[in-house]
Design a protein around this ligand. Structure first.
Ligand SMILES: Nc1ncnc2c1ncn2[C@@H]1O[C@H](COP(=O)(O)OP(=O)(O)OP(=O)(O)O)[C@@H](O)[C@H]1O
Ligand SMILES: [Mg+2]
Length: 205
């Protein structure tokens, strides 16, 4: 558990429109419902573009941030930028933003020592990819859009082995539950590993 003193718990969230709970955005929306609707529609297209023309994979924080930039560049002024505010989900804060660089360096250097999961059988790949998904999620590097960004990153790891993950078969609730457990009781992210192992497919073309 990170020391409480690492957090900057000032109330002000510079990513929000003044006196509103809606994120500042490039689309002119001033309420979260309409912003979310437009954001989902636009990112479906940018996610498809990322499949056709992927980010050059270096499997590090720069790579993750470039995926975020490509997905959200039409939507958020902070696309591709690491967050500079504390955020949480389920009443628990993610990593203090001041520690993102350090923790990401630890995560991605361990991934390098595992040779970016190359050559693993499908079940083992799913387990290890789940572990890294849990770690990247714990970092939650961006103010918004972490889920989509980290799934594209894991997709690129998988495609090196001719695997893909059928994300659409994993419910948002199952993903959130396993992600939450990985922050507390399930430190090896076995639940996320199981979810990925159960939904991994070998590409046959
Ligand atoms: N309580 C929680 N603890 C840890 N992680 C959580 C929790 N609830 C949800 N998550 C994870 O946070 C991710 C969502 O983060 P964020 O909203 O920044 O990204 P997104 O791209 O908008 O989301 P989505 O994954 O729904 O497309 C989800 O993929 C989920 O796995
Ligand atoms: Mg979101």
């Amino acid at each position: 558990m990170e020391a409480y003193s690492q957090y900057d718990l000032s109330e002000h969230d510079p990513y929000l429109i003044n006196n509103s709970s809606c994120l500042k955005n490039l689309l002119g929306h001033t309420n979260t419902t309409s912003l979310n609707e437009a954001e989902r529609r636009i990112t479906q297209q940018t996610l498809a573009q990322l499949i056709a023309s992927p980010v050059q994979p270096s499997f590090d924080l720069k790579h993750l941030a470039e995926i975020h930039r490509r997905i959200f560049r039409h939507v958020y002024p902070f696309a591709g930028e690491l967050r500079k505010v504390e955020i949480g989900k389920g009443n628990k804060l993610f990593l203090p933003y001041a520690l993102i660089h350090r923790e990401a360096a630890a995560c991605f250097s361990q991934l390098m020592t595992e040779n970016y999961l190359r050559g693993l059988d499908a079940n083992t790949f799913g387990q290890r990819a789940g572990f890294y998904l849990g770690w990247i999620n714990k970092i939650h590097a961006f103010r918004e859009g972490n889920g989509r960004t980290q799934r594209v990153f894991i997709d690129q790891l998988a495609s090196q082995n001719d695997y893909f993950i059928e994300w659409s078969s994993i419910s948002g609730q199952a993903m959130a539950d396993a992600s939450r457990s990985a922050r507390t009781i399930d430190v090896s992210a076995r639940d996320l590993g199981r979810l990925l192992s159960m939904n991994i497919v070998k590409r046959e073309w």
